[in-house]
Ligand binder design. Structure first.
Ligand SMILES: *Cc1c(COP(=O)(O)O)cnc(C)c1O
Length: 470
């Protein structure tokens, strides 16, 4: 129980906490308000004072000085004014890390995007004719050149692309899908759920591990509108398995005059097998094989902005385009600009300019040398033990299950701190550094560390850590 003197002391202290207005009239806070806006400073002041009141109630000996309060408000207001979405350094080695924003955009895409975004553009205007145009025209042209697609549509993401296609082509009727392909992609994209929402009835065929073309054939009725093939992006069934060749499905679809659609997931535009990603089907191969509509993401292996891309037969895509939902799922000019610039880099075969491509193609020897050099510098810091070890990077983003790229990892342990504590400290660095923990070691994979400046930033973060805990 409080003694009277204790609660008296608290009451006195509470009375000494200055009023918001009094603080706001002080020079430093007025300066701050000019920079950040009055409201942000008022909010920070209220929060700091509220905090102080709580503290005083718990501890009547808490020190209250105007200077210390002011300092706290300055720090709180600056922190609140920082953008919430900000760059981080990805040292996880997962190239398409959905939590870390998937594909980092090519610089060229950024330049084009900045120009288009800050000025007027011919987004929906035919300059030759002086008439209204279509926003898809800009990228359709490039996808035709690059992949031989008849035409292309771009929507918000691949989930939207699949949904829109199902809704347009199979609403009120049936779509046939193999039981081995009823996938769930992280973040609640499930083929059965998307199907249900699109109004198409899912007709499952085959079994989890084996589906034959005859399973599809015997499920076709007058209610069938579409055959759907889904890339099992993030899992792999091994052992006693069977899946029809694409060719067989194309033939079956043709025979019954039905469209065949393929959700490719990642959107691999060039063959990445030579670099170790052997199970990604290349978009142009599906088109060549005769698939009528393919869909894939813009920000997975393609390495561009978030988008869902539909390629294929003109009459089908034109029906999809006329769906009123197309308008609800359409993309902004920023996306079109970034996508156009990224595809242009593919046309020029300038793969080093596309970060995801560069990271996938980085030879292990190159990563090993970078790891050796940074490892050596970290080893010189007080308190850390460093070893450079063989390891594996991942494509991530729901691509290439069970496949990985050989890499060299910098493994770090500390004399007094656990790997988890090191990881927490790196996450609080500015910019935040995201690492992995493996077998009680903190590991850094430089494959996804974008440039020497980021490596330098990692070194500086460890320097500060070393100074703080030495
Ligand atoms: C990733 C993925 C999706 C979802 O794509 P988003 O662009 O994230 O909407 C759909 N299908 C497959 C097979 C995928 O791999």
């Amino acid at each position: 129980m409080d003694t009277p003197t204790e609660s008296d002391r608290i009451r006195t202290l509470l009375r000494r906490i200055p009023a918001v207005e009094a603080l706001l009239n002080r020079g430093p806070l007025q300066e701050l308000a000019k920079r950040l806006g009055r409201q942000q400073v008022v909010n920070a002041t209220r929060a700091v004072l509220e905090n102080l009141r709580e503290k005083v109630k718990e501890d009547s000996r808490a020190a209250i000085t105007l200077e210390s309060i002011e300092k706290k408000i300055l720090a709180a207001a600056e922190a609140a004014a920082e953008p919430s979405l900000r760059p981080v350094i990805n040292a996880t080695g997962v190239i398409l890390h959905t939590n870390l924003g998937r594909a980092p955009l090519p610089r060229a895409a950024l330049a084009h995007l900045a120009k288009v975004a800050t000025e007027y553009s011919n987004l929906e205007y035919e300059l030759d004719l002086g008439e209204r145009g279509k926003r898809d025209a800009h990228t359709a042209r490039l996808f035709s050149q690059l992949l031989g697609a008849e035409t292309a549509l771009v929507v918000n993401n691949n989930a939207a692309a699949v949904f829109l296609a199902l809704n347009t082509l199979a609403e009120g009727a049936e779509v046939i899908v193999s039981r081995g392909e009823l996938v769930e992609i992280g973040g609640s994209f499930r083929i059965p759920d998307i199907c249900a929402k699109s109004g198409a009835a899912l007709r499952e065929v085959g079994t989890t591990n084996r589906t034959r073309v005859s399973d599809y054939a015997s499920a076709i009725t007058e209610r069938t509108r579409l055959l759907l093939r889904v890339h099992p992006s993030n899992f792999r069934i091994t052992g006693f398995t069977e899946r029809p060749a694409l060719r067989e499905l194309v033939d079956l679809a043709r025979k019954h005059n039905l469209p065949l659609m393929e959700d490719l997931g990642s959107g691999c535009l060039v063959d990445l097998a030579p670099f170790g990603l052997r199970e990604e089907s290349v978009v142009s191969e599906s088109l060549k094989a005769g698939v009528n509509v393919v869909t894939f993401s813009g920000d997975k292996l393609l390495g561009g902005p978030q988008a869902g891309i539909l390629l294929g037969q003109r009459d089908l895509l034109s029906r999809i385009r006329k769906n009123p939902l197309f308008r609800a799922l359409r993309v902004d000019k920023l996306t079109i600009a970034a996508l156009e610039a990224t595809i242009s880099l593919y046309l020029r075969e300038d793969y080093t300019a596309i970060p995801t491509q560069r990271m996938i193609r980085a030879p292990v020897e190159e990563i090993a040398e970078r790891a050796r050099q940074l490892g050596e510098r970290l080893r010189a810091l007080e308190g850390f033990s460093i070893s450079v070890q063989d390891g594996e990077s991942a494509a991530g983003g729901g691509s290439t299950p069970g496949q990985s790229l050989p890499t060299r990892l910098i493994a770090v342990t500390h004399r007094t701190r656990t790997a988890q504590e090191l990881a927490n400290a790196l996450r609080k660095n500015r910019p935040p550094i995201i690492a992995r923990i493996e077998e009680d070691q903190l590991v850094l994979d430089l494959r996804t560390v974008l440039d020497p400046e980021q490596e330098e930033e990692i070194f500086r973060a460890f320097q500060r850590l070393s100074a703080n805990v030495a």
